[in-house]
Design a protein around this ligand. Structure first.
Ligand code: HEC
Ligand code: HEC
Length: 210
């Protein structure tokens, strides 16, 4: 009986570890190896500590680890497939082991999120309204329902606050045309108009700006 319970406990612990690798489950060796890869390779585009400058490259600092793991796995398994994902990230992710992916995710999640940058005040105000209330007449749900107050995300939904508007806008287009094929965000984005996408992207980029 005792063995049975211990085994069930061990299996449950393994499943939990797979679902969401907690930072304290990563070995010091894996942590060091991930830091090396982040500094030597990923930083070329994503910037030091995941604080990218060029708007084509998403900021990774402060992103939730479960989301980062899911995206790196999606690049590796070639299921996240718009042109930039294919061109930049499929090759980057293909050699990464599961352990390295978990350690890289923990590394970026532990960094202080980027402060956003301001933009057009009118677009930001319109975007704030869409974020909080959706667009009822067009069947667009409030983004806040999943991405949370301040767009800081949760364990299950990515952080959007402070992200480059250009990157966000491109993702919304890719969800809409299914190049990035995710049912839930396709449903959200399918009826978003171009000017609504631009407004919500401007709002999200502005969050945390000083
Ligand atoms: C040559 C440039 C380049 C390098 C080097 C690079 N990336 Fe990327 N990465 C990109 C681009 C471009 C995107 C956005 C792809 C898109 O638009 O869908 C991206 C997207 C991502 C995303 C998705 C972020 C999100 O918000 O969904 C993660 C995670 C990521 N990269 C992690 C890494 C890691 C870890 C490394 C190092 C092993 C790395 N990248 C190296 C260019 C790069
Ligand atoms: C029902 C929940 C839900 C709602 C509502 C929602 N999202 Fe999302 N969103 C998600 C999920 C889940 C993902 C992660 C998709 C994946 O796994 O690739 C996501 C991803 C995103 C991304 C990609 C982030 C990145 O770093 O690449 C953007 C941009 C985004 N959402 C914007 C919005 C906007 C803008 C709204 C409101 C108009 C919205 N979302 C409403 C669930 C939601």
């Amino acid at each position: 009986m005792k063995t049975f319970i211990t085994t069930v406990g061990a299996v449950a612990a393994m499943l939990l570890a797979q679902a969401s690798p907690a930072a304290d489950e990563i070995t010091p060796e894996a942590r060091l190896a991930a830091q090396h890869v982040a500094v030597m390779t990923c930083a070329t585009c994503h910037g030091p500590q995941g604080r990218s400058v060029a708007p084509k490259f998403p900021a990774l600092a402060g992103q939730h680890p479960k989301y980062l793991v899911a995206q790196l796995e999606a690049f590796k398994s070639q299921t996240r497939g718009d042109a930039d994902a294919i061109g930049y990230m499929w090759g980057m992710a293909s050699p990464l082991s599961d352990e390295m992916i978990a350690a890289l995710a923990a590394y970026y999640a532990a960094q202080t999120p980027v402060a956003g940058s301001a933009g057009d005040a009118g677009a930001i105000a319109r975007g704030a309204d869409i974020y909080a209330n959706g667009v009822a007449a067009e069947g667009i749900p409030p983004c806040i329902a999943c991405h949370g107050p301040g767009a800081s995300g949760t364990d299950d939904y990515p952080r959007l606050a402070g992200q480059h508007a250009q990157y966000l806008l491109k993702q919304l287009r890719s969800f809409q045309n299914n190049m990035r094929n995710v049912a839930v965000m396709h449903g959200v984005a399918q009826d978003l108009k171009a000017n609504e996408m631009e407004a919500v992207a401007a709002y999200l980029q502005s969050l945390g700006s000083r």
